[in-house]
Design a protein around this ligand. Sequence first.
Ligand code: NAG
Length: 432
Amino acid sequence: MSAFALMKILGILNFIVVQVQLETFDKLNVWTKNQFTNQEHYFLSDHRPVEHFFPDKLHDLNGNMFSFYGEWDFPYVIVVDDKVFGVVPKFIDIIIRQRCNGTTFYTQDPKFTFVTDSRYNILQFRLSFAHTLFFREQSGVFLVCPVRTERDFLQPLLKPFSMGIWIVLGALFVTCRVLQFLFPTTYRYDLVGITFFGGGGTEYEHPFKFRIVTFTLIVLLFFLSEAYNTKLISLMTFSKFYKQPETLEEFTQSNYRILASRYAAETYSDLRPKFLSLSETRREERRLGWRKNEIYCSTVDQGIALPIHVLRLKDYAVPLYVIPEPIAVDRSLVQFHQYSPFYDMFHMYFDRFNDAGLWMNLVNSIVYTLGKSKRDRQREEQFQEVIFYFDDLTCIWLLVIAGWLVSGITFFGELISWKIQNKLRVGNFFPI
Ligand SMILES: *[C@@H]1O[C@H](CO)[C@@H](O)[C@H](O)[C@H]1NC(C)=O
């Protein structure tokens, strides 16, 4: 085997071959060869500077092909109709095509996994040589859950006021009662009825003292009731009144369940109680089909979670959302083959790209492109959206029903007590 062939197999680019002639030690012929262009460079050994012996052989790949194996992982590797896009292919194109005058080849065929020059997210540990570029940004596994759209109306309606305001209201009530008890001649009409419900007496020909007191009370009540109304209306219009868990801790307290995969429950032991068992999962999958995602959460890689997050897919009856906190953290990587002459160059450019922020810029621009296609679609739909839903008025329905119930119960209570009193009276008058 010639020295050149050996160097090529070992991926060593910077070498010189020295032919030793024992008689003439002072001046020797040295040469090197570029494996990509097959050019040979000859020098004399006293040639200076010595860097000339090692020209940048990657500078011109002469159309040589650099191959890459990677499977779909948004936004790093995106496959659309046999074409490959994404951050990693873009990065490789910039280096190989623009800087090195080479060509690139991308494949998803697992057959080629171990013959391509580089591959994505397949890590094989090797004894010597570093060949792996770990991405600086995290990726990971996320939980995708259906958005629960039941709004929580009861809670705010039952607790409309803070303790302080309740005390003020209670104090008002007591004041009215006390005033009426102390000055029955001045306050001849039902003060409670007038202040709280705006009725219960005639509004004219009141003594001055009476008018002063009712005026202050009513002003106070006016502000309180307006504030309450505003809160109610904001409840109706504020469409996102349901709470979604944002962290894993909140998630564990929610009643969401996760569809299990084979080792999921063991792998993510913190969330173990939230996982369905494997047999339950199979049963639910059979029962619901792809609609299972409208009820249960599932664990997905970032490459799938990110498009779901950006697109908010419309195929489901409920929107899906991604819990921002990952359940497992990971780093993507690109590994080069064992004697790859490209590793050092890629390593250098990878660092430069990252340090300059170009890498994140690539990532963001691809995520942004996807988001933009979604925004365009949204604009079309903007005017087709219903503004006011039946559900928006839920708080009104609740209040109306509760009001009817309370007034009904009071009414029957009064009716019964009146009946009983009547009976007692009749009984007293005509003892049997
Ligand atoms: C780039 O590569 C092509 C072969 O694909 C070659 O013909 C050409 O001379 C190279 N260009 C430069 C500037 O080296």
